[in-house]
Design a protein. Structure first.
Length: 83
Protein backbone atom coordinates (compact mmCIF):
# COMPACT_ATOMS: atom_id res chain seq x y z
CA UNK A 1 0.00 0.00 0.00
CA UNK A 2 1.22 3.44 -0.87
CA UNK A 3 1.64 6.18 1.69
CA UNK A 4 -1.63 7.96 2.40
CA UNK A 5 -1.81 11.51 1.05
CA UNK A 6 -4.25 14.22 2.06
CA UNK A 7 -5.13 17.37 0.18
CA UNK A 8 -7.36 20.08 1.57
CA UNK A 9 -9.10 22.43 -0.87
CA UNK A 10 -9.79 25.43 1.33
CA UNK A 11 -12.04 27.37 -1.04
CA UNK A 12 -14.38 24.39 -1.45
CA UNK A 13 -13.84 22.97 2.10
CA UNK A 14 -13.09 19.52 0.68
CA UNK A 15 -10.64 17.02 2.13
CA UNK A 16 -9.41 14.41 -0.32
CA UNK A 17 -7.57 11.39 1.09
CA UNK A 18 -5.65 9.18 -1.33
CA UNK A 19 -5.13 5.74 0.17
CA UNK A 20 -3.48 4.20 -2.88
CA UNK A 21 -2.71 5.35 -6.37
CA UNK A 22 -4.99 4.22 -9.14
CA UNK A 23 -7.75 5.29 -11.41
CA UNK A 24 -11.15 5.75 -9.84
CA UNK A 25 -13.74 3.62 -11.60
CA UNK A 26 -16.58 3.80 -9.09
CA UNK A 27 -17.66 5.56 -5.93
CA UNK A 28 -20.03 4.91 -3.06
CA UNK A 29 -21.68 7.56 -0.91
CA UNK A 30 -21.01 6.40 2.64
CA UNK A 31 -23.02 9.19 4.20
CA UNK A 32 -23.99 12.70 3.20
CA UNK A 33 -20.78 14.52 2.22
CA UNK A 34 -18.53 11.42 2.43
CA UNK A 35 -17.71 9.41 -0.67
CA UNK A 36 -15.51 6.33 -0.98
CA UNK A 37 -13.58 6.08 -4.24
CA UNK A 38 -12.95 2.60 -5.67
CA UNK A 39 -10.67 1.21 -8.37
CA UNK A 40 -11.65 -1.33 -11.05
CA UNK A 41 -11.23 -4.20 -8.55
CA UNK A 42 -13.59 -2.55 -6.07
CA UNK A 43 -10.77 -1.69 -3.66
CA UNK A 44 -10.85 1.54 -1.69
CA UNK A 45 -8.38 4.03 -3.14
CA UNK A 46 -9.63 7.31 -1.71
CA UNK A 47 -12.13 9.21 0.38
CA UNK A 48 -13.62 12.61 -0.32
CA UNK A 49 -15.17 14.64 2.50
CA UNK A 50 -17.30 17.66 1.65
CA UNK A 51 -17.75 20.35 4.31
CA UNK A 52 -14.60 18.87 5.83
CA UNK A 53 -13.98 21.48 8.50
CA UNK A 54 -17.42 20.90 10.07
CA UNK A 55 -17.09 17.12 9.76
CA UNK A 56 -13.69 17.04 11.44
CA UNK A 57 -14.71 19.46 14.18
CA UNK A 58 -17.85 17.45 14.97
CA UNK A 59 -16.01 14.10 14.84
CA UNK A 60 -13.28 15.33 17.18
CA UNK A 61 -15.81 16.82 19.60
CA UNK A 62 -17.90 13.64 19.69
CA UNK A 63 -14.88 11.41 20.22
CA UNK A 64 -13.41 13.68 22.87
CA UNK A 65 -16.68 14.05 24.73
CA UNK A 66 -17.23 10.27 24.73
CA UNK A 67 -13.75 9.66 26.12
CA UNK A 68 -14.16 12.34 28.78
CA UNK A 69 -17.48 10.84 29.88
CA UNK A 70 -15.91 7.39 30.02
CA UNK A 71 -12.97 8.71 32.04
CA UNK A 72 -15.30 10.58 34.42
CA UNK A 73 -17.44 7.47 34.90
CA UNK A 74 -14.38 5.33 35.53
CA UNK A 75 -12.94 7.92 37.93
CA UNK A 76 -16.23 8.26 39.81
CA UNK A 77 -16.50 4.47 40.12
CA UNK A 78 -12.98 4.31 41.56
CA UNK A 79 -13.78 7.07 44.06
CA UNK A 80 -16.94 5.26 45.17
CA UNK A 81 -15.04 1.97 45.68
CA UNK A 82 -12.25 3.59 47.71
CA UNK A 83 -14.40 6.14 49.52
Amino acid sequence: MDKTKMTYFEDEDILHIVISEGKESDSIELSPNITAELNESGELIGIEILEASSFLRDSILETTQAKILKLKTSYNNQIQRTG
